[in-house]
Design a protein around this ligand. Structure first.
Ligand code: UD1
Ligand code: CA
Length: 493
């Protein structure tokens, strides 16, 4: 069998050492040297398929990958290519899809009946300007890298169609790429229409292609559905291009992962695993120690300093920034946080929207609800909940405490079981605790209330009015003992 002509996967070290032999090629990149008006890039994302095999009430393209809809990932990739426009073909019952992604800068095109990928693209055809370059993507193929698509775009010309293919050991279900004896792509044959010989081919169609709009519109208008599935196949345009002697430039995807499609929950998990590994690898190459890359989930963007360590089963969500030598223990969820250098988060903490200073110690089993900030050297220990609270440097709340809507100074010690009673059933109130205050264990601070700097609150106090600076304040029933008291005895039946 003739080896495919598509480029081999790029070696990793080519990133570090620019490959001079590629430079003249880069100058041909239409985005660089040509006036953009001549070949504006239009991206079409096909997302009208029903996704029956998901067996879910949620449309397939809204199924979450790393916490965001599949289609969102594809739209993000499309946007990274800076196209003139993005069209999303959505289907019957797809109003939910439009609603979920309504803030995206895309135009929505309805395909009311799903008569095939070619038919889907036909719905967009009237909106395509003849001079456009059209890149076709799929709403259920979320892991294609922008760099791969850029390579594909480089191969497309006014007189050449570029086609992303993939080598698969298990090609069942995919359209096969049929090449001639000289290795030129001739056509794509779908699984259900393929002969035995064709079924043995391992090079498959990803469906992703770039074509000049003028030709594409002509081909789409001529598609027929005389095939096993009675569908209008987009993939049939390849043979039409060949018949018109237009060049078909294949690019073999660097990895099968990039073109994995999601049709059922098993494939969804497969894609999630691939995404997980990709994110973890990125962090590791940036110097982060990841104890087990299969047990780290990055569902957002992470910026990490030097010698950061992430233990197993950590989930990082949203925007997370970690300073140098930050350590996150096992089982932690960190969402939209900034954590300063040398801070250690012990096992099983949930930290949501907090700004944590340098050299803090958090957990195990601590919970931050949104909007808290900690200065340097703060300790928040086990079973402590912190919400909308500012805590000054070197302060400590080491055990079993609720700090909500509080402003806490520096070097404060909050004893075990302290509660800021911030809610009166209707409104939330603030608690202020001055620098160097000591709150005895089991204290209820009934807000609004202020504890002066250097004040000591006796253990077990219920504090309902402000406590002055540097004094001992107690608010508890006086202890008494009853001499001669006898325990009651069990009654005889
Ligand atoms: C398609 C390709 C096949 C390729 C495979 C790669 C065709 C005919 N076949 O097959 O060569 O190997 O992708 O994954 O193109 N869609 C619509 N409207 C429709 C039908 C589909 O928008 O009427 C959308 C789907 O939402 C999906 C995409 O097009 O995002 C692909 O459709 P699907 O039915 O999954 O095609 P495959 O059979 O996988
Ligand atoms: Ca598919």
């Amino acid at each position: 069998m003739t080896p495919p002509r598509g480029s081999a996967p790029q070696r990793r070290d080519s990133r570090r050492q620019p490959d001079r032999s590629r430079e003249p090629d880069r100058n041909r990149d239409p985005d660089r040297n040509r006036e953009p008006a001549r070949a504006a890039l239009t991206i079409v994302i096909l997302a009208a398929g029903q996704g029956k095999r998901m067996r879910s009430d949620l449309p397939k393209v809204l199924q979450p990958l790393a916490g965001r809809p599949l289609l969102q990932h594809v739209i993000d990739t499309a946007r990274s290519l800076d196209p003139a426009s993005i069209h999303v073909v959505y289907g019957h019952g797809g109003e939910q899809v439009r609603e979920a992604l309504k803030s995206e800068p895309v135009s929505w095109v309805r395909q009311s009946e799903q008569l095939g990928t070619g038919h889907a693209l036909q719905q967009v055809a009237p909106r395509l300007a003849d001079d456009d370059r059209v890149l076709v993507l799929y709403g259920d193929v979320p892991l294609t890298r922008s760099s791969t698509l850029r390579q594909l775009l480089e191969r497309a010309r006014e007189d050449a169609l570029a086609l992303l293919t993939v080598m698969l050991d298990e090609p069942t279900g995919y359209g096969r790429i049929v090449r001639d004896s000289r290795g030129r792509v001739r056509r794509i044959v779908e699984q259900r229409d393929a002969s035995k010989r064709e079924l043995a081919l391992r090079e498959c169609s990803t469906g992703v292609m770039v074509a000049p709009a003028r030709s594409l519109k002509r081909w789409l208008a001529r598609l027929k559905n005389d095939n096993a599935q009675r569908e209008y196949y987009l993939t049939d345009v390849i043979a039409m291009a060949v018949a018109e002697r237009m060049a078909v430039e294949p690019l073999v995807a660097p990895s099968a992962t990039e073109v994995l499609g999601v049709n059922d929950k098993a494939q969804l998990a497969e894609v999630e695993a691939a995404y997980r590994l990709r994110q973890a690898t990125e962090l590791m190459l940036a110097g982060v120690t990841v104890i087990d890359p299969a047990r780290l989930d990055v569902r957002g963007t992470v910026e990490a300093g030097r010698d950061v360590v992430l233990d197993v089963n950590v989930i990082l969500e949203g925007r997370v920034k970690l300073g140098d030598r930050v350590r996150i223990g096992p089982g932690c969820i960190v969402r939209d946080c900034e954590i300063g250098s040398d801070t250690e988060v012990f096992a099983h903490c949930v930290i949501d929207r907090a700004l944590i200073g340098r050299a803090c110690r958090i957990g195990p089993f601590a919970r931050f609800r949104p909007s808290s900030s900690l200065d340097e050297g703060v300790h928040i220990g086990n079973f402590v909940e912190v919400k909308n609270t500012r805590i000054g440097a070197q302060s400590k709340a080491n055990h079993l405490t609720y700090l909500g809507d509080a402003v806490i100074g520096t070097a404060v010690n909050v004893g075990a079981g302290t509660v800021t009673c911030n809610y009166d059933g209707a409104n939330k109130w603030q608690t202020h605790i001055g620098d160097g205050a000591f709150i005895g264990s089991g204290s209820m601070l009934v807000a609004p209330v202020s504890i002066g700097a250097g004040a000591t609150i006796g253990a077990g106090s219920t504090i309902t009015s402000d406590a002055p600076e540097r004094q001992l304040t107690l608010g508890r029933a006086k202890q008494m003992s009853v001499p001669g008291w006898q325990r009651p005895k069990k009654r005889q039946p």
